[in-house]
Design a protein around this ligand. Structure first.
Ligand code: 6PG
Length: 471
């Protein structure tokens, strides 16, 4: 009889789960899989598992029975109630010291709740962000685990070879206690929303504003991907632009409805940033623009009723493309700066004790926001682990200084042409307000004190003051 005792278990054979099971098996681990629908497990075993060292549990009892003790089980089930349901089924069959790892995009507060309740049962719990989509799960994602350190140490030898690698370093690191891993993944997604919005605006400027055809656009993004913008999201943008629709023969992009959906991680990032009072305007506007895109029928009415400028582009196209590249670079950099500053505040508030260099390091490969720029961001945090804001790193600050005039010029072009560029605007406004020694908040405070006696602080004395403005 063959030895069925498996190194690791995996529940949930959706695309991500299946691919991660294959990935771990290819790295030499003996993997047990289980799916609630038995049929899915059978299909996976017959069509995809091949001769790999993968065992199927067709019942939960069988699955748990073939795991080495103490057991370690990865969950690849959709975030939300499904995670709680699977956990409660598992817990009935687990023993003290066993470990559950939630690999979904769970809300960090759910992760805290689950860890607390499982610890009462003696079961360890890690919340692990997994980024990289289907292909990342199959060939090496970026993994963002948080929870008890000893739990991570137990699975480190499996996670490290299964993660993406950049310059020999695995894109996985223990991030901190409790929900730190899922928090970092949430902010990753918030940054992802911001960058996607910025790229969409650059495409709109070139297509609608300058009237470039899609083939030309494809070559622009390809060139950009070989320069300062070298990143996964620019790379796939070029590929998307080159895709033809099999049905109509048109560029596929032209056939896709301009209605952006969302699962909610961007909104969670904005919401928690509001709670922690951290400005992340480019992420906020990216969420708002997805919502705006959903107003399709109202936009159609407004398009007929409301007028904008009738200007057409009069500049030099080649120069504009170069400016746009630098503007996009600056705006992307400022989006990372916003996300990183949120992580820093969250680390203090929630006592995650995040190592910001490690966060940048594990985002360099495997994940959706991977970019050559993350090497510089990592370097900035290595030089100054307590860096308050990325823009304050001398090297990053210098790059922003060089690019800012292009960011201004691109925003002006959008305004002149009536093409919405709220992502670029918000990034520029973030830069300008962060570097403002004096903001007009004095007037805000005066008004609050005028109508609500909310009091204000003075520039020349301690304490709070009220003025009888109408006397
Ligand atoms: C990743 C992605 C992944 C997923 C997002 C999409 O890191 O691999 O971020 O988590 O594609 O959930 O999010 P929206 O549906 O909210 O755009």
């Amino acid at each position: 009889m063959t030895d069925r005792s498996c190194d690791i278990g995996l529940v949930g054979l959706g695309v991500m789960g299946k691919n991660f099971a294959l990935n771990m098996a290819d790295k030499g681990f003996h993997v047990a899989v289980y799916n609630r629908t038995e049929e899915k497990t059978r299909l996976f075993m017959s069509d995809e598992a091949g001769h790999r060292s993968i065992e199927a549990g067709y019942t939960l009892e069988e699955f748990i029975g073939i795991l080495k003790k103490p057991r370690a089980i990865l969950l690849f089930v959709p975030a939300g109630d499904a995670v709680d349901e699977v956990i409660s089924e598992l817990v009935r069959n687990l023993e003290s010291g066993d470990l559950i790892i939630d690999c979904g995009n769970s809300h960090f507060k759910d992760t805290d709740r689950r860890e607390e309740s499982l610890s009462k049962e003696g079961v360890l719990f890690l919340g692990m962000g997994v980024s990289g989509g289907e292909s990342g799960a199959r060939h090496g994602p970026s993994l963002m685990p948080g929870g008890p350190k000893e739990a991570f140490e137990r699975v480190r030898t499996i996670l490290e070879p299964s993660a993406a690698r950049v310059k020999g370093e695995p894109c996985v690191a223990y991030l901190g206690p409790r929900s730190s891993g899922h928090y970092v993944k949430m902010v990753h997604n918030g940054i992802e929303y911001g960058i996607i919005q910025l790229i969409a605006e650059s495409y709109d400027l070139l297509r609608r504003g300058l009237g470039f055809d899609i083939e030309h656009l494809q070559s622009i993004y390809e060139e950009w991907n070989a320069g300062i913008l070298d990143s996964y999201l620019i790379e796939i943008t070029a590929r998307i632009l080159g895709q033809k629709d099999g049905k109509s023969g048109n560029p596929l992009l032209d056939m896709i409805l301009d209605r952006a959906r969302q699962k909610g991680t961007g909104k969670w990032t904005s919401r928690d940033a509001l709670d922690l009072q951290v400005p992340v305007p480019t992420i906020d506007i990216a969420v708002a623009m997805r919502n705006m895109s959903d107003y399709a029928s109202e936009r159609r009415k407004a398009g007929a009723a409301l007028r904008g400028p009738s200007n057409s582009f009069t500049g030099i196209r080649e120069i504009f493309i170069q400016e746009l590249e630098k503007a996009l670079f600056a705006a992307v950099l400022l989006t990372y700066a916003q996300g990183m500053s949120l992580l820093r505040r969250a680390s203090l508030t929630y006592e995650y004790d995040l190592d910001m260099e490690a966060v940048a390091r594990i985002w360099r490969g495997g994940c959706i926001i991977r970019a050559a720029l993350l090497e510089d961001i990592r370097h900035a945090f290595r030089m100054q682990p307590d860096l308050e804001n990325l823009t304050l790193s001398p090297e990053i600050g210098e790059r922003l200084l060089q690019a800012q005039e292009h960011l201004r010029s691109v925003v002006c072009t959008g305004v002149e042409l009536g093409i919405p560029v709220p992502g670029f605007m918000s990034a520029l406004a973030y830069y300008d307000s962060y570097r403002s020694i004096r903001l007009p908040a004095n007037l805000i405070m005066a008004q609050r004190d005028y109508f609500g006696a909310h009091r204000y602080e003075r520039t020349d004395a301690e304490g709070t003051f009220h003025t009888d403005w109408e006397s």
